[in-house]
Design a protein around this ligand. Structure first.
Ligand code: FEO
Length: 392
C-alpha cells in the first residue's frame, strides 16, 4: 500500500491483516501494520523505519513502484525487529544508505541484526538532517518501548514520527481512519505496551508539547490527521486519575469462587461502582489490560490450588504487576479446602503496584452466609475508599 500523506511524504509500509499474536504474547484481534514512510526532500531521500521481515518484499515493491533509485538515510527510531527487520535487505539494495539513529539503538541493531558499524550515522537530542526542502529533527525518547527509542520530527510539514508511541495494532484500508475502533485499539496498545512506561511518557509529552504538530504518523496503525485525538487520549491515560471502576479477574474450578464473584459483582454495583468481571479461562488478556488503564480497584478471585492461587489467577496478578497500572486498591476473593497462602502470594506478586491491599475474603469450601456478609463488607470498604478519593 502506498499513500502520499502530504506532498512528497509517502506511507510505504505494510498491513498484516491476519496476524493474531505479537511477540508470541499479545493478542491482535484486528491484525496490525508496520508503517514505514518515504520522504523525498529535493536533494536527499529518507525512509523512516522499515517493516517486519515477513513484509519486507512489500516494502521493496512499494519503493520500486515509486521509482526510488537511491535512499540516503534510513531513520531507525526503534531497534525492535517489527520496524528494523528489513534493514539488512534494504542496506543491500541501497548501498549508499546510512542508518540514522542514536548510539544505543546503533548497538542494539549491531547485536540483533549484525549490521556493520560503517553503515551508521549517530544522532543525538535536537540534531537535524536536511534533505533539501525538508528537515528532520531527532528527539530522544527512551522507553517507548525499549530503552533506545527516539522520535523523528519533520519540521516543514510538522509531522511527528514516534514509531511505537501513539501506535495501535490495527490493520486498515484507509490510513487516516479515525473512529471509536481506533480509540479502542490505541487504548489496548497503550495498555499492553506503553502503560509500564507511564512516567517516562509524561516526560516525553512535555517535549512533544513544545512542537507544532500537524500530523502524527506512528509505525503501527492509522496516521492521525488530528493529533489532539491521540494526544488528549494519552494525557488522560497517563494521568493519575482513576475511575470509579472495579475489575474482578476470576477463575473458578468447582463453583465456589464463581458464586462469590456473582454476589460480589452485585454488592459493588448496588453501591454505585462500575464492575468489570473477567473470567480468566476465556478472557483476552488485552481486554483485561485495557480495563486496568482506568480502574481504581482490582480484585483477583481464585480457588486454592496446591496451597496457592490458580495458575490463571497468578498470571493475571503477574500481568497486572508487570503493566504497572495506576490501580489504587487491590483485594482477593477465594476459597480453600484445607489451607493455603494466597494472600502472601498476592502481596509478593503485585509489589510493583502502588496500591493499598484490602483485607480479603476467603471461604472454606462453598460460600456460606458469613462469607456473603464478608463480601458485603469488602464491597462497602471499597466503596468507602472510592469515596475517600472523590470518585464515588
Ligand atoms: Fe513495534 Fe516495539 O515495536
Amino acid at each position: 500500500m502506498i499513500v502520499e500523506i502530504v506532498k512528497d511524504v509517502y506511507f510505504v509500509g505494510a498491513m498484516h491483516w491476519d496476524r493474531r499474536l505479537f511477540d508470541e504474547l499479545i493478542p491482535l484481534p484486528d491484525g496490525t501494520s508496520y508503517n514505514a514512510y518515504l520522504i523525498k526532500g529535493g536533494e536527499k531521500t529518507a525512509l523512516i523505519d522499515t517493516v517486519d521481515p515477513s513484509k519486507e518484499e512489500e516494502l521493496i515493491k512499494n519503493l520500486e513502484e515509486l521509482e526510488v533509485e537511491s535512499i540516503d538515510y534510513i531513520m531507525a527510531n526503534h531497534a525492535e525487529q517489527d520496524h528494523s527487520g528489513a534493514l539488512p535487505r534494504l542496506l543491500e539494495k541501497y548501498p549508499m544508505a546510512k542508518v540514522v539513529t542514536n548510539e544505543r539503538c546503533k548497538q542494539f541493531l549491531i547485536d540483533l541484526l549484525l549490521l556493520p558499524q560503517e553503515r551508521f550515522m549517530v544522532v543525538d537530542e535536537g540534531d537535524e538532517i536536511s534533505l533539501g526542502e525538508k528537515t528532520l529533527q531527532f528527539i530522544m525518547a527512551p522507553w517507548v518501548h525499549w530503552p533506545e527509542t527516539m522520535l523523528t520530527y519533520l519540521k516543514e510539514d510538522r509531522i511527528l514520527f514516534p514509531c511505537d508511541l501513539f501506535g495501535s495494532h490495527l490493520a486498515v484500508s484507509n490510513i487516516f481512519s479515525e473512529n471509536e475502533k481506533l480509540y479502542n485499539a490505541a487504548k489496548r496498545y497503550y495498555a499492553e505496551i506503553m502503560m509500564p512506561f507511564r512516567n517516562k511518557i509524561r516526560q516525553h509529552m512535555k517535549k512533544i508539547g513544545k512542537l507544532d504538530i500537524k500530523m502524527i504518523a506512528p509505525s503501527h496503525g492509522p496516521v492521525y490527521k488530528n493529533p489532539e485525538f491521540i494526544l488528549n487520549a494519552y494525557k488522560e491515560w497517563i494521568s493519575e486519575d482513576v475511575k470509579n471502576e472495579a475489575i474482578i479477574a476470576y477463575v473458578s474450578m468447582h463453583g465456589s469462587v464463581k458464586k462469590m464473584v456473582e454476589h460480589f459483582v452485585e454488592a459493588l454495583a448496588k453501591r454505585g461502582i462500575d464492575v468489570f468481571p473477567f473470567n480468566l479461562t476465556v478472557t483476552d488478556i488485552g481486554e483485561l489490560a485495557m480495563s486496568l488503564v482506568d480502574a481504581a480497584t482490582l480484585v483477583v478471585a481464585t480457588p486454592t490450588v496446591l496451597a496457592g492461587m490458580h495458575p490463571l489467577a497468578l498470571y493475571a496478578a503477574y500481568l497486572a504487576n508487570a503493566l504497572r497500572p495506576k490501580t489504587r486498591f487491590v483485594s482477593l476473593i477465594g476459597s480453600y479446602g484445607w489451607g493455603g497462602k494466597m494472600m502472601e502470594q498476592v502481596k509478593s506478586m503485585m509489589s510493583n503496584l502502588e496500591a493499598e491491599l484490602i483485607e480479603p475474603v476467603i471461604a472454606k469450601g462453598y460460600p456460606k452466609e458469613r462469607d456473603f456478609e464478608a463480601l458485603e463488607r469488602l464491597a462497602e470498604k471499597i466503596a468507602d475508599k472510592h469515596r475517600e478519593i472523590g470518585i464515588l
